[in-house]
Design a protein around this ligand. Structure first.
Ligand code: ADE
Length: 245
């Protein structure tokens, strides 16, 4: 994706994942809201880039519906998925960042018919590749927000499913079938939608939990901070991607 991005779609599943971005548009006076398909689409400008920020709701179908509407109704030419995730690999710790190289459905299972776990029957692609320019922008944006230098960003596969992973055994199974760096509930559905529409995408997720038996004790404590850290990196990313650069 070499050309300048004219309008970018930004999807978070929950309020905590989009509230900082929406506030920026409200404060700079650019916010215009449109209700459609059970979502509020927030159009405006962030760091010189026209953006549409939207809360999709949780899960794959909500995410795909929202991404498709962003593309067809709002005419975005790239999509960023921002939010939180459970750590899976890459030595990721709480508040580290994961950026997608590709995304798969960990709960796609047609093994009975000879397909590999995560393989989508009758589709050429089951691991949807993220856009190189967006990955690069995410990495350099993160470094600007990581002032203490204590956190890290890891590029790798994102595993998505309609399941909140909070058990070591489930975590190990997902690691075994697809070797992801993190797990969440929307990214691959957004990636899939972008792939079908030939639109570049990237997933940027801050780690809120370890996706194992420690989740109960940590998740709610970390959710808001992790969601905000991901939003902060997205804001920097937009500066990188603005047509002036
Ligand atoms: N989002 C944040 N943490 C998660 C987890 N453990 N499983 C699925 N989605 C998540």
């Amino acid at each position: 994706m070499e050309k300048c991005i004219k309008k970018i779609g930004i999807i978070g599943a929950m309020d905590s994942e989009i509230s900082v971005l929406r506030s920026i548009m409200k404060e700079n006076g650019s916010l215009k809201q449109t209700e459609a398909g059970n979502c509020t689409f927030n159009e405006g400008v962030i760091n010189g880039v026209s953006a549409v920020v939207v809360k999709s709701g949780v899960g794959k179908v909500n995410a795909a519906l929202c991404a498709q509407r962003l593309i067809l109704q709002f005419g975005v030419d790239a999509v960023i998925n921002t939010g939180i995730a459970g750590a899976m690999g890459g030595n990721l710790c709480i508040f580290d960042m994961a950026v997608s190289t590709d995304a798969v459905y960990h709960d796609m299972d047609a093994v009975e018919f000879g397909y590999k776990p995560t393989e989508i029957p009758q589709m050429k692609v089951s691991a949807f590749p993220a856009d190189e320019r967006l990955i690069k922008a995410a990495k350099s944006a993160f470094e600007k927000t990581n002032k203490s230098g204590e956190r890290k960003i890891v590029a790798g596969r994102v595993a998505t499913g309609d399941q909140f992973v909070a058990e070591k055994a489930v975590k190990n199974h997902i690691k075994e079938i697809c070797s992801p760096v993190c797990v969440e509930m929307e990214g691959a559905a957004i990636a899939h939608t972008c792939y079908v529409n030939c639109i570049p995408y990237v997933i940027l997720r801050c780690i809120s939990d370890m996706a194992d038996d420690t989740v109960k004790a940590t998740y709610s404590f970390n959710e808001e901070t992790a969601a905000e850290e991901s939003s902060k990196a997205v804001i920097e990313m937009l500066a990188e991607l603005s047509c002036g650069n």
